[in-house]
Ligand binder design. Sequence first.
Ligand SMILES: NC(=O)c1ccc[n+]([C@@H]2O[C@H](COP(=O)([O-])OP(=O)(O)OC[C@H]3O[C@@H](n4cnc5c(N)ncnc54)[C@H](OP(=O)(O)O)[C@@H]3O)[C@@H](O)[C@H]2O)c1
Length: 376
Amino acid sequence: MDAQIKNFTSPFEKGELITPEQAMQLAIEVAKLGAPYVSPNPLVGCVVVNANHEFINYGFHKKFGQDHAEADALKKLSPQEIKGSTFYVTLEPCAHEGKTPSCAKTLAKHPVKKVVFGLIDPNPLVSGQGAHILIQAGIQTEEYQGPLKQSLNELCEVFLKNYRDKKIFIAMKVASSLDGQVALKSGESKWITSAASRTYVHELRSYYDAIIVGRNTIEVDDPSLNIRHPEINKENKIVVIDPSGKILDQIAGGKEFNFLKVNKKENIFFGVSKKNHDSDFQQIEFSNLNDLTEKLWHLKIRSAFIEGGAKTYSLFLEAGLVHRLYLFLASSIIGNQNGVSWTNAFGITSLDSKLRLKSTDVLKFGSDILITGQLN
Ligand SMILES: NC(=O)c1ccc[n+]([C@@H]2O[C@H](COP(=O)([O-])OP(=O)(O)OC[C@H]3O[C@@H](n4cnc5c(N)ncnc54)[C@H](OP(=O)(O)O)[C@@H]3O)[C@@H](O)[C@H]2O)c1
């Protein structure tokens, strides 16, 4: 399936004078356009300015196996434009040949004056080597040290977690009332947040390799769990946490859940405590959530998006396995009496151990507020 890239218009005209921060900010923005399709590669964007520091082009990594950002930007440039140019790249140009040629070696063949890269490649086998190739070729090369450093780290958070810790990156989305309720005890939960928030959730789903849901959410909500977004075509993997195989039993008994109708069987996994089911669905035997996430890593799943419900949210928090939270807050109050809180099975005993969000961003979707930040 070809990558369908979201519409994007550069905020700068060709020939417009821009600052180094504007160049790096645009490189970050265009890198994000590849988010549904580049895994297990990092998101990378690139902006090129000419000898007068006028914007001339941008490029980004669009899909795994396709051109890297630098090659994408170079494709559209004439030799005259490249002469004396500066490349702003979000990540150190790669030194190694993989599915595509080395970006550092490609840039070294052109009359580029300078390369400013956002982060050193975390892969210890290639870290610093891309910069070395560029310096050897006489290109001024420096690591960006300006105010966008944190944004650059966030852009690469999945790749950094994967490379530094050899672990899956886990994001969690919660759609809650102002008082932290994600459903009613009766099971009713449609809808707490607005249509605009829900469309954005479909985009967020596409940023990660897999969606994780608890058994009860499948039974109560019967969700489809596919990506329904007008500008994105991607099929995710789905992991249903079903320790006793209750969902598998219902499927065996003929129940046709919605997520089975719209997702390919090879993309669906069941986390079970024991593989004792007469089922031809893929089963991952796990003893606890650390074990499950390690097994997902071995299945080459590099990132996951937890979609609920309350118990699943709480147990992932309790296990310290959540790296990014997306909390959509609707401007409504449901109350604890008949509501289900997304932290109902999570607790701390002293305020010193409260979980804190870092690098928090706040966005608005209609009357909803999205608070997102890093955990751990
Ligand atoms: N507003 C939102 O964002 C949102 C999103 C999703 C769901 N919801 C709502 O949340 C409600 C469901 O939440 P819920 O707490 O009842 O159920 P849930 O989290 O969907 O599922 C809980 C079940 O999943 C299994 N499970 C999950 N994590 C596990 C772990 N670490 N270890 C072992 N088993 C694990 C267990 O299954 P077994 O019991 O079989 O052992 C557990 O009882 C529904 O009403 C739904 O509408 C709201």
